[in-house]
Ligand binder design. Structure first.
Ligand code: BGC
Length: 735
């Protein structure tokens, strides 16, 4: 009888549309016992069975679900698999609370888009929002409710393998990309059946790892933390992100998965975030090796009290949370609040109304890899490519060539263009560069493909055949870089040169005297000085996803005029790192006339390619930079305008970039800070006046007293085609 009453109670909560989500959350909470509450805060991973290629949570997992002892799974997907588990949750568990299924959908589920760092090169937040929308549509059709993305960590050190997962070094660009992805994944209505909850990660400061070594210690001032590293997280929260993931790293002695300051004071109290925080994989358990927890029970106590609501895979909450609550080491208030946050997101996703809304095999089949999604991956891919060099306009190539050599270990790789974190991306779906060129050119142009060498390793056995192919051809396309397993988590590198014998290979091909286009595929800026000096044309393509080859062919043959700009600085040498455009001036900025200034005796001071850099097949001239006022009050906006002319002979797009410098502040300010940009299309010969508005919000920073304010003083404005090639003007802010 009791069971029947409970069933009707839960159903009435689930289907009662009139109640607000908050009332429904409270009603469910009121029915829950201690174990069930703990269950909502536990997440386990379903195992991937490589033999059967299916996702298989164990029988033990299924028992836990039936007892309401687990609230979420990661790495379980597929309409059928998720349905089976959801059925156990909503039919067998006492309170029938649905599970939430999450996966790392970082740049696509099956239809793989460019890696996030590449997408950031588009400088097109609307397009990136669309990319995330497509990714969510596909992911949702496979029973997923939640992606552990966007990764919004600022990264100023390309040795750090995870730089590939984010949007680069700049807080402004990073914030726009963060918000775009959140909006794309979550759509307008989280309860629709093609939207999924986003998760801003890794909260926070993970990208500041000393030496670029993954998981390493981070130490930075609160000012830098807030002004740079937290900005994209705040943008994600303002965009309505459903969840955040607490990071592995410590900052100044405090592991972030145990930081009350971050997870409660800043996130909840300052920013008003009401979704939930999931730990990173075992990051609560890692409070032990970090050295702030004596055992797993202690780790659970620190984690939940700090503000980590859901424990991913550490089993800390599963094993100890109930006791901690009974012992009073975790208050009922804190505990209940965490449970409510998880329930709130489940309600917002509409899971209480229809726990199976994402589990429809027919819809899944129709949605996965459909034509429209594939088309979108190509569109985003071609717009992510950055033209680094194009001496004497070698590119675009003419389609009436008779023979092209397509060389290098990445020229026909079916695997690498997928990049890391490629979810269910399949090598079979990938169009390689060789294939893309064949698609573009048909049989009219002969394509000679030779690998020449592997990405890594020392064998030069393939050089001979590749040289022969180059000699027979009119042009050589050389596809080199890193294999996809060289970037992302636990993939830090100490050297950023091309791995293996690739540079030697390039030098050998160069000796043939043939015109060469280097096509780079890599997950981070590389130190490519020799190539940059000697090879006439260079395309940075990162990992572009399933349509890589078609997108690259579009650019090589001028069917798309490249418009990408770097979201990260390219160093000349590893010894220059960290090198980023928005650095401080120091008391002794580098002066070639003065020995006692800030530089290295044995390195050049400038980057190989600056932040914001990227060429086009046409050229753009900037003139008539003007401001509507030279003095503004603290609460006023400033209008900045500039004429941009397409002075070349091809239509093209340009990212017009605006930077400022605050010359005198109560604290030091960066030498340049990106504050606005816009991407415009200009026909050959066409001009446009571009206008920006600098609002007070854009001028705020943390002053000497850590107040977020606009300070009066003198400023410079820079507008141009990258962070170095700019026009200048000045203005002042008066009290
Ligand atoms: C990574 C996260 C990821 C999680 C779940 C962790 O190792 O740091 O970025 O979301 O695993 O796969």
């Amino acid at each position: 009888m009791k069971k029947i009453i409970l069933f009707f109670l839960v159903c009435s909560i689930s289907f009662s549309q009139k109640k607000t989500i908050e009332q429904r959350v409270d009603s469910v909470l009121a029915l829950m016992n201690l174990e069930e509450k703990v269950g909502q805060l536990v997440q386990y991973s379903g195992g991937w069975d490589t033999g059967t290629q299916t996702v298989k949570p164990s029988e033990a997992h299924e028992k836990l679900i039936s007892k309401g002892k687990v609230g979420s799974f990661l790495n379980v997907f597929g309409a059928e698999s998720t349905k089976r588990l959801q059925k156990i949750a909503v039919e067998e568990s006492r309170l029938k609370i649905p599970l939430i299924f999450g996966l790392d959908v970082i740049h696509g589920f099956r239809a793989i888009f460019p890696v996030p760092l590449a997408e950031a090169c588009t400088w097109e937040p609307e397009l990136i929002q669309l990319s995330a929308r497509w990714q969510a549509t596909e992911a949702a059709s496979t029973g997923l409710h939640w992606t552990f993305n966007p990764m919004v960590d600022i990264a100023r050190d390309p040795r750090w393998g995870r730089i590939v997962e984010g949007s680069g070094e700049d807080p402004y660009l990073g914030s726009l990309m963060a918000a775009a992805r959140v909006k794309g994944y979550q759509g307008k209505n989280l309860s629709a059946n093609n939207t999924i909850a986003a998760c801003a990660k890794h909260f926070a400061g993970y990208g500041g790892a000393e030496g670029g070594r993954d998981y390493n210690t981070v130490d930075m001032s609160e000012r830098t933390f807030r002004d740079v590293y937290l900005k994209p997280f705040h943008a994600a929260v303002k965009a309505g992100v459903g969840t955040l993931m607490s990071s592995f790293n410590e900052i100044g002695g405090v592991p972030q998965s145990g930081s009350h300051f971050l997870l409660t004071d800043i996130l909840r109290k300052e920013w008003g975030f009401d979704g939930f925080v999931v730990s990173d994989w075992n990051s609560v358990g890692e409070l032990i090796p970090h050295g702030i927890a004596k055992d797993l029970k202690h780790a659970a106590q620190i984690g939940i009290n700090a503000g980590v609501d859901m424990d991913m895979e550490a089993s800390a909450y599963f094993n100890y949370l109930a006791d901690l609550v009974k012992e009073g080491k975790v208050s009922n208030k804190i505990f209940d609040e965490s449970v409510k946050r998880v329930l709130r997101i489940k309600f917002r996703l509409g899971l209480f109304d229809d726990p199976y809304k994402y589990c429809n095999s027919e819809y899944e089949k129709k949605t996965i890899l459909n034509n429209e999604i594939v088309k979108a991956t190509r569109e985003v891919a071609k717009r992510s490519i950055v033209l680094l060099k194009n001496k004497n306009n070698l590119l675009p190539l003419k389609k009436n060539l008779s023979r092209i050599a397509v060389l290098g270990p990445l020229a026909n790789s079916k695997d690498d263009p997928l990049g890391p974190w490629s979810a269910q991306g399949k090598p079979g779906d990938v169009v390689t560069v060789v294939e893309g060129l064949k698609n573009k050119l048909g049989n009219k142009v002969e394509i000679l493909f030779e690998e020449g060498c592997k990405v890594d390793g020392s064998s030069q056995d393939g050089f001979g055949k590749a040289i022969e192919a180059a000699q027979k051809s009119e042009v050589v396309i050389l596809c080199i870089g890193e294999s996809r397993s060289m970037s992302a988590e636990a993939r830090s590198r100490a050297y950023l040169d091309l791995p293996g014998v690739q540079e030697t290979f390039v030098k050998e091909i160069y000796k043939t005297g043939k015109p060469i286009v280097v096509v780079l595929m890599n997950g981070r800026p590389l130190t490519i000085n020799w190539i940059s000096e000697n090879i006439p044309s260079i395309l940075e393509t990162w990992y572009l996803g399933i349509q890589a080859g078609n997108a690259i062919a579009d650019v090589l043959f001028g069917d798309y005029n490249p418009s990408g700009k770097l979201p990260v600085t390219f160093p000349r040498y590893v010894g220059q790192i960290p090198i980023y455009y928005n650095h401080k001036n120091t008391g002794r900025p580098y002066d070639p006339q003065n020995h006692y200034t800030s530089y290295y005796l044995d390195l050049e001071s400038t980057p190989l390619y600056p932040f914001g850099f990227g060429l086009s097949f046409t050229t753009f001239d900037y003139s008539n930079l003007s401001l509507n006022k030279n003095k503004i009050k603290k609460n006023e906006s400033l209008k900045v305008s500039v004429d941009v002319k397409n002075s070349g002979s091809m239509d093209g797009e340009e990212v017009v970039q605006l930077y400022i410098r605050d010359l005198v502040g109560s604290v030091t300010r960066p030498v340049k800070e990106l504050k606005d940009f816009t991407k415009i299309f200009l026909k050959a010969g066409e001009s446009k006046r571009v206008e920006f508005t600098i609002t007070p919000e854009k001028l705020k920073f943390y002053d000497i007293n850590m107040n977020f304010v606009v300070e009066p003083g003198d400023f410079k404005i820079f507008v141009g085609t990258n962070s170095e090639d700019v026009k200048e003007a000045s203005f002042s802010i008066v009290d």
